[in-house]
Design a protein around this ligand. Sequence first.
Ligand code: AHR
Length: 496
Amino acid sequence: GQTVTNVNISESDDAPIISRHIYGHFAEHLGRCIYEGFYVGENSTIPNSAGVRLDIIEALKELQIPNLRWPGGCFADTYHWMDGIGDLEKRPTIVNTWWGGVTEDNSFGTHNFLNLCEELGAEPYLSGNVGSGGVQELADWVQYTNFKGKSPMSDLRRENGRDEPWTVKYWGIGNEAWGCGGNMRPEYYADIYKKYVTFMSDADIEGGLYKIASGASNDDYNWTEVLMKNIPKNMLEGVALHHYSVIDWDAKGPDVDFDEQTYFNTMKESWLMEELIVKHTAIMDKYDEKKEVDLIVDEWGGWYEVAEGTNPGFLYQQNTMRDAMIAGMNLNIFNNHADRVKMANLAQTVNVLQAVILTEEEKMILTPTYHVMNMYKVHQDATLIPLSFDSPKYTLKEESLPALTISASKDEGEKTHISFTNIDANKAHTVSLDLNSLNIKNISGTVLSSDSLQDHNTFENPDKIAPKDFKDFKFKKGKLEVNIPPFSVIVLEGYK
Ligand code: AHR
């Protein structure tokens, strides 16, 4: 018979809430994410609301996206927000120097983005320009978006058709300051950070602005250490971290036609997220044992060679069952670290990197990653149920990785949700859980799986991969046994 892995449920009175913001998204002016993706313009034949595709709005509402980060990414440190407000005809152009060198007309700007967030019921997360923008420019953006009273910026906002402020809480102080955001040393950036935030007014937001320092790339622990040491806690709500599941920056491998070794290597990179969170958290703990500063993973996801025949600067890639594995694993990791990780932003929402939505003219498809996010949304703002277990191994040649990630939570309606991701390309794994402490009488389940790892949805066959009912479990006298198929994602719901 098959070995059964025991999963222990730890009773805990102080388990954290899984912030809904872990399920956040990221939309940069990059390739076809904003223009042609979200934004087709009011005169488009594609059904839209103020120029934003209705099918995308509907799909993101269904996902209950809690926040959206914009306008970058690297683009953010080249972006001058004042060029994207007011009379369309008078707006200057901007050359997107990081992504394809294309000229944009600035038709999608602050009003478009913040109104879109309102329509989605999502919190906007604005990335301020620190690399090439001034202190006054960022201070003015805060006043423009947040100030109720009379001021130069709120008057300008009103002139442009918006009376009430949007009250933007989440602000990034530059992006990747160690790289495209200005190639700074962490000591220098920490000083710059303090200078910029000093002039950003907290006054109009309950509890003040939520300011996020541009964070480390991967295992640059010194970056986190220097920021934590040099920035006083009363000036800092979050420190960012970026980690992509990329196997080799010089040979990223194909988006669809990958072999099992490449898949395994992607999973290895994806698993690094666990170690990175643990180690960055340990540094943060040294300076902040009460966990007042949050870890914000504001860019994550798979990154491959662009889809054949597409612009290399546009980062358009297909999305297969491999991406579903990255999503399922990372979201479990974030949930289980909900005491420190309070926000994460998948890169990127539409047509870029590990997108949840792909478009082709009037057509739109939802990717396997979308379905995982949708299955996992039940964890948003639920209380974590800490678990412990020794994962069976996924072995290829001489190497192995833990095959399973699992996370569980209880929501306000007393429903329990358990999400399982099995990255093993070949083997099913069976787990058993004693749910007697959780007061559960019934269980239902959903699974995302497919015949091959390379499977994906296409514009011709948009529903090849979609969640289905899952019944391959036994539940008797409070004991649950679940059989998790190879490369699959399962979410179970337990209720009275
Ligand atoms: O998401 C694509 C790019 O990756 C972002 O612009 C940048 O922040 C990161 O390097």
